[in-house]
Design a protein around this ligand. Structure first.
Ligand SMILES: *Cc1c(COP(=O)(O)O)cnc(C)c1O
Ligand code: SF4
Length: 335
């Protein structure tokens, strides 16, 4: 839906929702009927990674529950200030895999474009929370990365990532997709995004038309961690994208106090299936400074995976994986 602005410009609904943010922890608590002292560790999080929650997401958080799993993903906790051995700024050594600014090349045939540093929401466990976006995105926009792709015929798939590529306008995405479409050796386009999970309206008709292209089959990898993140609106929009020929996958992160129980993970797979989205990865947390309180042991992660296998069809069980620096693929702990 398009809304007429006073100055004559038309702003899509999702754009307004994207700008309608809570950025203050005390305000977030007040909106949800919580007192800061009810929250384990308090609300004084790492100020280098500010709180950012679209109001659109708040409706799915249970008021008055300091342990709500959706709240836990977005509310900065004082525990982010803990210094924990083994947790650092660049846990995946991504700085070693950056042939040109804005592009990561780690795995055979695939390159990841850091198209923006912006995200619709700040996830407190984010492994790129300390990522030096400025050095990747300054000047020339995507020019160097596109030149690099043109010069590397062994790359067959490009992954739009960030930050979150769906924070860009459809117009800017279309411009980038046109440039990529003109590179003949690219035959797969993938988009990694959490935006639709917090603002389902982002999957608008215009975007669907953009992704419904004969040039290639587009894959959209969503990032939902909890069944309650997939409301009827998001599910309907995902199904429409599926009908338009987009392959839909989901990656989740295993997070203590959010989804580290078999019931929740099984319900997540069910909700995803209902939306026409297949579970792809369940990631073990990356050891990024500030996120240690989300860690789940491998022992427990493997037990949860077993429990999923025991109750779901194989195609609804995500691969339990971890990213380890220096490997030629993500490490699958259990498939
Ligand atoms: C995760 C990742 C990919 C994609 O890996 P798949 O296993 O193909 O999903 C590609 N490049 C980088 C740098 C990554 O971190
Ligand atoms: S949307 Fe993705 S990149 Fe952005 S803060 Fe969340 S996990 Fe990090």
């Amino acid at each position: 839906m398009i809304t007429q602005e006073a100055d004559g410009w038309q702003v899509p609904d999702w754009r307004r929702l994207q700008a309608d943010l809570v950025t203050d922890a005390a305000e977030l608590c007040a909106l949800l009927g919580l007192r800061p002292e009810q929250l384990p560790g308090g609300i004084d999080g790492d100020s280098d990674f500010p709180l950012r929650v679209p109001r659109r997401y708040l409706a799915r958080i249970t008021p008055g529950d300091p342990h709500d799993p959706l709240l836990r993903q977005v509310l900065a906790s004082g525990r982010e200030r803990d210094t924990v051995p083994g947790y650092g700024a660049d846990p995946l050594a991504e700085a070693d895999h950056t042939p040109v600014p804005g592009l990561l090349h780690k795995y055979h045939g695939r390159a990841l474009l850091v198209v923006t540093g912006a995200c619709a929401v700040h996830c407190r466990y984010c492994f790129r929370r300390h990522f030096p976006y400025q050095s990747h995105l300054s000047g020339g926009r995507w020019k160097q990365a596109l030149d690099w792709l043109r010069a590397h015929p062994d790359i067959r798939e490009v992954i739009l990532s960030g930050g979150d590529p769906l924070t860009l306008s459809n117009q800017r995405l279309a411009g980038l997709m046109d440039e990529l479409a003109a590179i003949p050796h690219l035959d797969r386009l993938r988009i990694h995004s959490r935006t639709p999970v917090v603002i389902p309206e982002r999957l608008d008709d215009e975007l669907r038309a953009l992704l419904d292209t004969p040039r290639w089959r587009v894959t959209l990898v969503l990032h939902a961690n909890h069944p309650r993140e997939i409301d009827a609106d998001l599910a309907g929009r995902c199904r429409a994208l599926g009908r338009a020929g987009v392959t839909l996958l989901n990656q989740a992160v295993l997070l203590a106090g959010v989804n580290d129980d078999a019931e929740t993970l099984a319900a997540l797979s069910d909700r995803l299936h209902d939306a026409g989205v297949l579970p792809y990865y369940l990631h073990q947390l990356d050891a990024v400074a500030g996120a240690a309180h989300f860690a789940v042991s491998d022992h427990r992660a493997l037990a949860l995976h077993d429990a999923l296998r025991a109750r779901l069809p194989g195609f609804l069980v995500p691969r339990l994986a971890r990213e380890e620096p220096g490997r030629h693929s993500k490490t699958v702990l259990k498939g």
